[in-house]
Design a protein around this ligand. Sequence first.
Ligand SMILES: *Cc1c(COP(=O)(O)O)cnc(C)c1O
Length: 220
Amino acid sequence: MDTIKENYINIKKQLPEHVQLVAVSKTHPVSEIQKVYDLGQRVFGENKVQELLEKQPLLPEDIQWHLIGHLQTNKVKYIAAFIDTIQSVDSEKLLSEINKEAAKYNRTIKVLLQVKIAEEESKFGFEISEAEDLFNQYLNGDFPNIQITGLMGMATFTEDEKQIRKEFLILKNLFDALHQLKKLDTLSMGMSDDFPIAVECGANSVRVGSAIFGKRDYSR
Ligand SMILES: *Cc1c(COP(=O)(O)O)cnc(C)c1O
């Protein structure tokens, strides 16, 4: 059997029904994305605006595209017309810009707040308290063309399962706290190497790339 097909079926088998799979297709060609689409997958994640803009017109219109990588405010306008969810919102400035661009298209864009949970120094993501503050601003009605549907986080890149679990549970706690204030849908955590732990810790959305499409060529 085809490797990608085999991988995809294998991942789907490991995911409980309630867990959404975001197939992370960055660096992989449209032919491979189409292959996974043909197996029934509709939600795909890309981390670069330029790459997304090259692929999106060549693929079926009913794909729900998620942006999962750091987004510069000046690039929001290029994706505002079609992006389903921006998972990597890491500043108030970015949130405002998304709100503004979404209004131009008379639509609501779903976003996740990216929260720093990893022990290693990560450049992007809110501190817990910042995410809480911004969420309260959102509850005050500051961003009418945005729907904050949940949180996204990445654990430390380590073999230490206990460490990973601890970090995922920090995000799960924040998710539960915010969910008390307003219903949230999505807790996005877990990648190819750690998604089973993430699911155990309460993730209901996972972002899986290499375990489906194979290793990425980092030279590009
Ligand atoms: C690339 C990427 C993934 C997928 O990583 P894999 O290890 O290939 O599954 C998930 N989340 C983010 C934010 C990414 O950039």
